[in-house]
Design a protein around this ligand. Structure first.
Ligand code: ZN
Length: 407
């Protein structure tokens, strides 16, 4: 049988989503499978069973990443990896991450039940501790790619336990973490299917987004100085109001982002002294910009730096993550996969980070998005129709079959 005609078992995928959906469900309707909680571990065990049933050899590594492997015709080739996560934020949904892992399993099941192997070995990875409930988030993929910072182990999580204590309590041996590191070139390609979380696909009625890159972000801190004074007795023309300057800058961020086709957000403002009867003497503000093209963000930054100078503010960049550009061969294969699965698709960037960000440091990556209702995620309202889930899994299946031939 020609693999181009394979489809995933949609009923089985829907069943597995529902089965996992019985674990960690709170009375309020949200999911509580926070990293390394009992519900998270129970969910992980359940998914390991799904992997075995689908025909994979399953191991749980030193960081509690589950790796399901389906041998290739040439098992010495580096694997094509499909991954995501099944942990949730507190009161999260049952699709964020989950759909990526279960779609990978659905893909392997489709190959296995048709007695087919690809040229490359396939690995489906359920990464541990992706949500930022664990310090820094993306714990498992950080460890696997050699980006875990030991300093995070001393941070307090949940109640009064350090992250180290939590990991040791569930059985993770810290000294063994470095043994699972994978080197550059040891993975042929990484593909992650995820709910979009942005609402564009849902609003436009499009089945699949092929992700051409994950936006980078930069974060900045500014301090605007003025002179605190009596709000009743100081005439309007003799004021030096720090908040009025900051307000002009807030509008400047919005206009600059619009001008350059990126997104920009002022997220915090701290007004000192902060009383209704005192003219603000100083304002600390932080904002971020995100975009797919570093040179465009450079220009936006230049414009806002000079604006901050006009307003006599200090300007400091405190965080900078460069964008990740998807691999063109994978993107083309995923587009071909959508066409073969007869699904309407659009090429689009990802506005959020994923395990794919870390995997990009060791191999070529790309992602697929499926529409989730109104773009709502990290919420008990998070929802994907069964049809949207199955469509995404079919696009992934056909995309990976194509990719296997192209690399
Ligand atoms: Zn996720």
């Amino acid at each position: 049988m020609n693999p181009e005609t394979f489809t995933v078992d949609g009923d089985r995928l829907t069943f597995e989503l529902a089965e996992l959906g019985k674990i960690g469900l709170g009375d309020d309707g949200g999911y509580y499978r926070e990293a390394f909680s009992q519900a998270d571990l129970d969910g992980r065990t359940l998914v390991e069973g799904f992997m075995e049933e689908a025909g994979m050899t399953v191991t749980r590594d030193a960081a509690f990443n589950t790796v399901g492997r389906y041998a290739g015709e040439n098992d010495f080739l580096p694997p094509i990896v499909i991954g995501s996560h099944t942990d949730t934020v507190p009161c999260g949904g049952n699709y964020d991450g989950v759909l990526g892992v279960l779609s990978g399993i659905a893909l392997v099941r489709a190959l296995h039940s048709n007695g087919t192997r690809l040229k490359h070995p396939l690995e489906v990875i359920n990464f541990s501790g992706e949500e930022a409930v664990s310090p820094g988030g993306t714990f498992g993929s950080r460890v696997m790619t050699g980006h875990f910072e030991e300093g995070l182990l001393d941070q307090i999580v949940y109640s009064d336990e350090t992250f180290r204590e939590l990991l040791e309590r569930v059985g993770i041996i810290i000294e063994n973490l470095s043994t699972i590191e994978r080197k550059k070139g040891s993975v042929a390609a990484y593909v992650e299917l995820h709910i979009e979380q942005g609402g564009n696909l849902d609003a436009d009625g499009i089945s699949v987004g092929v992700v051409d890159g994950i936006v980078g972000f930069r974060r900045y801190r500014l301090v605007f100085s003025g002179r605190a004074n009596h709000a009743g007795t100081t005439p309007m023309d003799r004021r030096d109001d720090a908040l009025v300057k900051a307000a002009r800058f807030v509008v400047g961020v919005k206009e600059t982002a619009e001008k350059f086709g990126i997104v920009g957000t002022v997220g915090t403002l701290e007004v000192t002294p902060g009383a209704p009867n005192v003219i603000p003497g100083s304002v600390e503000l932080s904002f971020e910009m995100r975009g797919l093209d570093d040179s465009v963000i450079d220009q936006a930054q230049e414009r806002l730096t000079s604006f901050s100078r006009e307003l006599d503010a200090s300007f400091e960049k405190f965080s900078h993550k460069p964008p990740i550009i998807s691999n063109k061969v994978i993107v083309a294969a995923l587009q071909e996969g959508c066409r073969r699965a007869q699904l309407e698709y659009v090429v689009m960037p990802s506005g959020a980070g994923h395990d794919a960000n870390l995997m990009a440091t060791i191999c070529p990556v790309a992602m697929l998005f499926v529409p989730n209702k109104d773009g709502i995620s990290h919420s008990k309202e998070e929802y994907c129709t069964p049809e949207a889930c199955v469509n995404g899994a079919n696009a992934l299946l056909q995309g990976i079959i194509e990719l296997d031939l192209k690399i």
